[in-house]
Ligand binder design. Structure first.
Ligand SMILES: Nc1ncnc2c1ncn2[C@@H]1O[C@H](COP(=O)(O)OP(=O)(O)OP(=O)(O)O)[C@@H](O)[C@H]1O
Length: 957
C-alpha cells in the first residue's frame, strides 16, 4: 500500500457509496479520511486500510469541487501528491490539485470501479452472477409472490390465489365454506400483489372480534405488518401531527367496520387515503335490499367505489338471501350487477351449461359424444360452430381428451360465474374429518313444565330457544343443561371444549359458575369484553400447558375465530338460522382439525330446542355435513317452523315438516349440483392446474438450493449462522457485518428454518424462502449495488499462453420501468455473458462459465490492482469490444421480449375481448388495463439497453 499524504484521494473498498475520500491526517499509524460527499469521517490502521488510491489517467473526464467538467491532459506526482493539468470544455487549461477533485464520484460502472482499484473477491463476483440468475428465475416463476407465505400448499387455495393474483385490481368474492381458508386466500392474493408492486397500500376491514386474529395471521403467515387504527389511535396521531390523515400514516391498515361506520369523518379520511386494495371480511354483514341499504353496506360501498382492488370474504354468501348476495356482487362490479331481476334469471340459466359440462367430463364422454350428436350443437350454441366442429373432428383421435378439457375450460370461462365468485366446499375435497352429533335430551326443570306452566305459555320464541331467560335468576341451579355440562367436563377432563351460546349474559354467568363453584378451568369470550381481554381468553384456551379446559363464547365467538385445536363443541343452545349454526361448527371444523368434530347438544326434551334440533338434523342434515341450501330451506320453511316451535309438542306435525324439508333439501342439492354450484366448484379449483402450481412451487421453492445460496450470502455479509436444530438455524448480525443492518434481520438475531413443514408448526421461527424480506433484501443489495461487480482471477489452461489476458463480462437487459408493470416477466434471458481476448475475439462459447469457475484461481488484492493498472489500456479496449458485441445482441433480445409480451398479454387481451362478448363478468377496465400495460411495455422496451453489470479480468498463468 502506498504511503498516505494529506490531500490525497482514496476510495473505500467496502463502502464505495461514501464517494472520494480525502486524507486529512496521519498519526500513530492511523489515517483519518474525510468523505466530503457524505460528510463522514473514518479512521483506519495505515497498514491494512480497505482503501484504494485514486489517480485519474490522462484523457479521463472528471469534475472539480465546483462541479466544472474537465479533461485530464497531464499529471505530475509531487512526493506522492498528484497535481493534474486539465482542460475545460472551451479548451482552457488549468491546474487541478487532487484535493480539489469532486468528492461525490461514484464508480458505478464495473470497469470504472476496476480502474479505481476496487477489485472484489472472486467469490463475490460468482455470488453476484448467481444472485442475478436466482432473481430472474424467481421473478419469472408461476408461483412468484406465493412462495413466501407460511402456509400449507393446499391446491384449492393456490388455484384461487393464482387465478386472482395475476389480475389487475382483482375484484372478487371469496366464498369458500367456513374454515377452508378464505383469510389465507386473501393473504396470498394480497402478498402477491404487494411483492409484485401492483399494490402498495391496502386496507382491511373486519368485525371487531377478528381484528387481532387478522393482525397476527397477516404477520405470522405473510410477514405483513398491519397497523390497527381505531378512534384512540387516530386521535393520538392527530395530536402529535396536526392535520394529518391517520389513514395515510401507514401503508397497510386494519380497522373494524363499526369504527368506520360510526364516524363519518373517519370514513371520509379513509376514502381520501388512496388505497390500492380493500379487503372486507365477513361480508355477509353488509345487508342490502332494493329499498334500503344498511349503514355497513353504505360505508363499504363508498370505499369500494374508490378502491380499485376489492376482496370480499364470506362463508355464507346467501345467508341473508339472494338479494343480499346480489348486493355484494354489486359492490364488486356495479355495472355488471345492476338489476336484481336479471340476476335472478341468470341464476336459473346455469343448469344447461352445467349439464353439458357434466357430459363432457364423464368417463364415457367419447361414447356419449358419439351417441348423442346433439351435444355438439349445444356446444356450438355456447362456444360457436367452429369449436364444436373442431371437437367433432377429434372424436376418433387420442387428442380428444385435451380437446374436451379445452372445451370445458372455455365453457367455464364463458358461462360460469367464476371470475367474480370462488367457492370451495368440503365435498370437493378429501381429508376432512367427520362431524358427529351427540344429542342429550334432558328432562326440563319441574317448575318449568308444571307449576309455572304459564311462564312457558307466555314465552316468546327467543325465550323458548334460550330457556335460561325464562328461568331468570334461578337458571344456574334449575337448568339441567348446566348440570349436564359440569358432569361432562368432569368426566372428560382431558378434552378441551368450546361452548357456544347465543347471549353474552348467559356465557358470562355460566363461566363464572363453572370457575367459581365447580373448579373448572374456564374462560369466557363475549362482545362486552375489550379486545385485549377477548384475545387473552382465546390464548388461555389455546395454550398447550396451562390452559382452560373450556371456553364459553357468546355468538360473537362463532365468527372467524380459529379453535381447531379443540375437537369438542358444545352447543348450549341452537341458533335459528342454519348458516349461523354452520359458522359455529366451523370454529372447529376447519383446516388443521385432526380429529372428528364431536358436536354435543344438550337440550330440554319435548321443547322448542328439541324440535329445532330434529329439524336441523333430520330435515337439513346440517350437523354432520355443511348444508349449502340451509338458507334457502330456512326461508322456505320458516313459516311452518315457527308454529312448530310454539305448539305443544305435536309429533305428527313436526314429522311432516321434517319430511317435507328433507325432500326439498334433496331436490335443491341435486339442482345445485347440476347447476351453478357445480360450475362454481369446477371454476374454483381445477385440480390438474392446481397440482401444476403446487409442483412449480415445490421446484422454485427448493429449500436446499436456497439454503446453500444463503449460506454463502450470510458469509459474505458477515451474518453469523449457527445450527439450532436439525432443520433450523440461528442468524445474528456478526461483529464484521458489512452493513449496519440488513432488511428483515433484527439486531437481536432470529431463529429461522427453510423447511415449510417445520415453519408451519413453529411460528416462533422465521420461514426463509425466496420471498423472505432478508433474502429479497440482501439479493437487492447485491444486484442494485456494486457488490462483486469486478474481479480478477488467473487460470491455467494449456492452449492459452501464460500472460494471455481475457475479459469476461456480464450484461443484463436493462429497462427502466415502474415495478408494478413487472417488466422482468417479459425479458427473455436477463444475463448475457461475453468473453473476449485482447484481439477482440469472442470466446464466450469456448470458455463457458462453468469452465472458468472450475479453473479460476484467486489473485491477491494488491496483485490484482497491479495487473489492472498495467493492463488498463488493453482492458479498456476489451470493454469497448464487449460493448459492441452486446449491442449486436440487443435486437434479438428485444424481439424475444416483444414476442413474449405479445404471447402473454396479446393472447390474454384477445381472450378477454372475446369473452366479454358473451360473459358480462369481464370488466372493460381489465381489458383496458391489459391494452395499456401492453403499450407501456412496448414503449419501455424500446428504451431498453444492454447494461454492463460485472467484469472479471482473467489472466492465464
Ligand atoms: N394453507 C394453509 N396452511 C396452514 N393453515 C391454514 C391454511 N389454510 C387455512 N389454514 C388455517 O385454517 C384455519 C381456517 O382458515 P381461515 O381462517 O382462513 O378460514 P376462513 O375460510 O376464513 O374461515 P371463516 O369462514 O371461519 O372465516 C385457520 O386457522 C388458518 O390459519
Amino acid at each position: 500500500m502506498s504511503e498516505f499524504i494529506p490531500g490525497q484521494r482514496w476510495i473505500s473498498n467496502t463502502e464505495s457509496s461514501l464517494g472520494l475520500g480525502l486524507v486529512t491526517s496521519i498519526s500513530n499509524r492511523r489515517v483519518e479520511i474525510l468523505f466530503p460527499a457524505v460528510g463522514e469521517e473514518r479512521t483506519y490502521a495505515d497498514d491494512n486500510a480497505p482503501l484504494s488510491r485514486v489517480i485519474y489517467p490522462v484523457g479521463e473526464h472528471v469534475r472539480n469541487a465546483s462541479g466544472l467538467k474537465l479533461k485530464i491532459t497531464a499529471f505530475q506526482e509531487l512526493n506522492g501528491y498528484i497535481v493534474y493539468q486539465a482542460e475545460d470544455e472551451t479548451g482552457e487549461l488549468s491546474v487541478l490539485e487532487e484535493k480539489d477533485l469532486d468528492s461525490s464520484v461514484h464508480f458505478s460502472k464495473p470497469h470504472d470501479r476496476l480502474f479505481a482499484g476496487q477489485v472484489d473477491k472472486l467469490s463475490r463476483f460468482q455470488l453476484r452472477v448467481e444472485t442475478l440468475k436466482h432473481q430472474f428465475t424467481h421473478l419469472q416463476s408461476e408461483s412468484y409472490g406465493l412462495l413466501g407465505p407460511r402456509v400449507q400448499l393446499l391446491p384449492h387455495q393456490l388455484y384461487i390465489a393464482h387465478q386472482v393474483a395475476r389480475r389487475y385490481a382483482p375484484r372478487v368474492l371469496l366464498a369458500d365454506e367456513v374454515g377452508l381458508g378464505k383469510t389465507i386466500e386473501a393473504g396470498l392474493v394480497l402478498h402477491q400483489q404487494l411483492v409484485s408492486g401492483k399494490v402498495s397500500r391496502a386496507l382491511i376491514v373486519v368485525p371487531d372480534s377478528l381484528i387481532h386474529q387478522w393482525l397476527i395471521e397477516m404477520l405470522r403467515r405473510f410477514n405483513l405488518r398491519f397497523t390497527i387504527l381505531d378512534e384512540l389511535r387516530c386521535e393520538a396521531l392527530e395530536l402529535s401531527d396536526e392535520g394529518v390523515n391517520p389513514f395515510e400514516t401507514a401503508q397497510l391498515v386494519l380497522c373494524n367496520l363499526s369504527f368506520l361506520k360510526s364516524s363519518p369523518e373517519r370514513l371520509v379520511q379513509a376514502l381520501d387515503a388512496g388505497w390500492d386494495m380493500l379487503v372486507v371480511d365477513e361480508a355477509h354483514h353488509l345487508v342490502w335490499s332494493e329499498e334500503e341499504s344498511s349503514p355497513e353496506y353504505i360505508c363499504i360501498e363508498a370505499l369500494a367505489r374508490e378502491v380499485k382492488g376489492l376482496l370480499l370474504l364470506t362463508a355464507t354468501p346467501e345467508q341473508l338471501g339472494v338479494d343480499s348476495h346480489f348486493a355484494r356482487l354489486r359492490l364488486l362490479d356495479p355495472d355488471r350487477y345492476y338489476s336484481l331481476a336479471q340476476f335472478r334469471d341468470e341464476e336459473t340459466g346455469y343448469q344447461p351449461v352445467s349439464k353439458l359440462v357434466e357430459q363432457l367430463l364423464a368417463e364415457d364422454a367419447r361414447e356419449q359424444l358419439k351417441d348423442a350428436p346433439e351435444i355438439f350443437s349445444q356446444l356450438g350454441s355456447y362456444l360457436g360452430e367452429e369449436v364444436a366442429h373442431e371437437l367433432q373432428q377429434e372424436l376418433e383421435n387420442d387428442s380428444l381428451d385435451q380437446a374436451i378439457t379445452d372445451a370445458v375450460d372455455s365453457l367455464l370461462d364463458h358461462h360460469g360465474t367464476g371470475r367474480v365468485l370462488f367457492r370451495n366446499t368440503r365435498d370437493g375435497m378429501t381429508g376432512f374429518p367427520q362431524r358427529v352429533l351427540h344429542s342429550y335430551p334432558l328432562p326440563g326443570p319441574d317448575f318449568y313444565l308444571e307449576s309455572e306452566q304459564q311462564l312457558l305459555d307466555q314465552a316468546d320464541l327467543e325465550e323458548r330457544l334460550h330457556p335460561e331467560l325464562i328461568l331468570a335468576d334461578r337458571w344456574l341451579e334449575a337448568d339441567p343443561r348446566v348440570e349436564w355440562l359440569v358432569d361432562w367436563l368432569k368426566d372428560n377432563r382431558d378434552l378441551k371444549a368450546l361452548v357456544i351460546c347465543a347471549n353474552a349474559a348467559t356465557a358470562k354467568s355460566l363461566e363464572e359458575h363453572l370457575r367459581l363453584y365447580e373448579g373448572v378451568r374456564s374462560a369466557v369470550f363475549h362482545e362486552g369484553m375489550t379486545l385485549v381481554n377477548r384475545d387473552r381468553a382465546a390464548a388461555y384456551f389455546a395454550d398447550e400447558d396451562e390452559s382452560a379446559q373450556v371456553l364459553i363464547c357468546s355468538e360473537i365467538g362463532s365468527e372467524g375465530r380459529n379453535f381447531q385445536f379443540a375437537s369438542d363443541l358444545v352447543l348450549f343452545d341452537l341458533p335459528l338460522n342454519p348458516d349461523l349454526l354452520e359458522q359455529r361448527i366451523g370454529r372447529l371444523d376447519r383446516i388443521g382439525q385432526r380429529n372428528d368434530v364431536q358436536i354435543h347438544v344438550p337440550h330440554y326434551e319435548f321443547s322448542a330446542q328439541a324440535v329445532l334440533l330434529d329439524w336441523f338434523h333430520r330435515g337439513l342434515n346440517c350437523f354432520e355435513r355443511a348444508c349449502p341450501v340451509g338458507q334457502v330451506l330456512f326461508d322456505q320453511f320458516l313459516e311452518e317452523l315457527i308454529p312448530a316451535l310454539f305448539e305443544e309438542f305435536d309429533e305428527v306435525h313436526v314429522e311432516e315438516l321434517i319430511t317435507a324439508t328433507r325432500k326439498e333439501a334433496d331436490r335443491l342439492l341435486d339442482e345445485l349440483q347440476q347447476g351453478r354450484d357445480r360450475l362454481l366448484e369446477l371454476n374454483s379449483c381445477n385440480p390438474a392446474k392446481a397440482d401444476l402450481i403446487a409442483e412449480s412451487m415445490e421446484v422454485t421453492g427448493n429449500s436446499i438450493e436456497l439454503s446453500r445460496y444463503m449460506e454463502k450470502m450470510f458469509d459474505q455479509f458477515g451474518v453469523e449462522q449457527q445450527v439450532h436444530g436439525s432443520n433450523s438455524i440461528i442468524l445474528s448480525p456478526g461483529d464484521h457485518m458489512h452493513y449496519d443492518s440488513l432488511p428483515g434481520l433484527p439486531a437481536e438475531g432470529m431463529t429461522a428454518t427453510y423447511s415449510r413443514t417445520l415453519a408451519l408448526g413453529r411460528e416462533d421461527m422465521q420461514f426463509l424462502t425466496w420471498e423472505h424480506p432478508l433474502v429479497m433484501g440482501t439479493m437487492d443489495i447485491v444486484t442494485e449495488g456494486d457488490f462483486g461487480n469486478t474481479a480478477v482471477c488467473s487460470i491455467k489452461l494449456p492452449p492459452l499462453k501464460p500472460g494471455t489476458l481475457l475479459l469476461e463480462s456480464i450484461y443484463t437487459l436493462h429497462c427502466a420501468a415502474p415495478k408494478k408493470i413487472q417488466i422482468q416477466r417479459y425479458l427473455p434471458q436477463t444475463l448475457s455473458r461475453i468473453v473476449v481476448d485482447t484481439n477482440g475475439t469472442d470466446l464466450s462459447a469456448i470458455l463457458t462459465e462453468a469452465h472458468i469457475n472450475n479453473l479460476a484461481e484467486r489473485v491477491g488484492r494488491r496483485q490484482s490492482v497491479e495487473i489492472v493498472k498495467h493492463t488498463r489500456s488493453e482492458i479498456s479496449s476489451m470493454v469497448d469490444r464487449v460493448e459492441a458485441i452486446a449491442e449486436t445482441q440487443l435486437p434479438a433480445m428485444l424481439s424475444e421480449a416483444q414476442q413474449k409480451v405479445q404471447t402473454l398479454l396479446g393472447v390474454e387481451q384477445d381472450r378477454l375481448k372475446a369473452l366479454a362478448q358473451v360473459n358480462p363478468n369481464i370488466r372493460q377496465e381489465e381489458i383496458d388495463y391489459l391494452a395499456q400495460t401492453r403499450s407501456d411495455l412496448e414503449q419501455y422496451l424500446e428504451s431498453a439497453t444492454m447494461k454492463l453489470d460485472a467484469v472479471r479480468v482473467i489472466i492465464a498463468t
